[in-house]
Design a protein around this ligand. Sequence first.
Ligand code: SAH
Length: 350
Amino acid sequence: MINLYGQEINKLTNLMIEEGQKPFRAIQLYTWIYEKRATSFDEMSDISIKFREVLKEKYCLDLPKIYLKQVSQDDTVKLLLELEDGMKVESVLMRYTYGCAVCVSSQVGCNMACSFCSSGILGKQRNLKPEEMVGQVLIMNNLLKEEGRGQHVTHVVVMGTGEPFDNYDNVMDFIRIINHQKGLAIGARHITVSTCGLIEGIKKYAREGLQTNLAISLHAPNNELRDQLMKVNKAYPLEVLMPAIKEYEEIAGRRVTYEYLLLEGINDTKEHAQELINLIKGTKGYVNLIPYNETNKNSAYHRSSGNRVHTFLDILTKGGVTATIRKEFGSDIDAACGQLKAKNEGLYEK
Ligand code: SAH
C-alpha cells in the first residue's frame, strides 16, 4: 500500500501518470486530503467510482495512532505516537501568540549520541517515512480542530527526536508536502530544520531552493568542549562546520539560528560567551539560548541559573550578537527531547 500522505507532489503526479491518469489528479487528491480533509476515498466525489476502487486497492490514508497524550498547564500537548510497526515517536504541539507550532520527530531514536540528550539512549532504530512526519502535523491539526478554537498548525520545527540530515530525502519530501500550496500550505519561513552539524546535509540543504530556516545545534564555542558534548564534532569539527554555515548563508541567502544549550559550569561562563562571539562573528546567524531540561534525577548536567543565563545573554548582546532565550513549554510533562518515550520505556526514572 502506498500512503498518500507521504507523496511529494511530483512523485504523486508520476504515480498518477503510471496509473493512466491525467497529471492534475495529483492536485485533485491533495485538495481532497489536505484542504477538504477527506479521510477516505469514498468522499472524493469528483473522482470516478472506478478510479476510486483502484485507489482503495493500492493506496491508503493511514495516520499514526495516539498511544499516549499529555497536556501541560500551558496547553502544550505531547503525544507518543505508535507507528505501523509498533515503534513509537514523540510529537509536541506548542502555542505561541502568533500561531501553533509542531515539533516533529524525524527518526525513531537517534545515532548522534549527544551526551546531554535522552533521544540517543538507544541509538537509531529507523528513519521516519515522509507520511509519518506529515502524520504528526495532521494529528495535531485534528486535535486543534476538535478544540474548536479555529486554530491550525502554522509553524513546524524539525527538532523532535532524530537527526533530520541523517534522513535527508524523507525530510525534504516532508517539507515539500507541508509547504505546498495545495498541501498543508505552511509557509517556508515558518518551517525550521535543526541539525547537529552534518556537513553534507547543510551543503545540500543550501541548494534546495527553499526559503525554510536552518538551526544549528552548536552548544559549545570550541572543539574540546564540543567533542565532549557532541560526538558528531569529532567527525565534523568547528573548522569544517563554520565554513559550511557560511556557504549555506551565501547560497541559500538565509541566516542560521545557533542553538546553545546552557549547562551550569560546563559551557555557560563569561569566557565561553566571549569565545562564542569570536566563533560566529564571521556569520550572520543569531543565537537562541536554550534552558536545559534536566532529563532525570541522576543527570550529569544541570540547567544554568537565571543569573548566569542573563549574564551570558548580556555579553553576547554587548558583543554585537543578536541573542534570545528560548521560551519553554510543557516542562511539567516531559516535553523535552525524548523524555516521554524514554520514561515510557523505563529507560530512566523521574
Ligand atoms: N538532531 C537535531 C534535532 C533534534 S534535537 C539537532 O541536534 O539539532 C533539537 C534540539 O534540542 C537540539 O538543539 C538539542 O541539542 C536540544 N536538546 C536535546 N536535549 C535537550 C534537553 N534535555 N534540554 C534542552 N534541549 C535539548
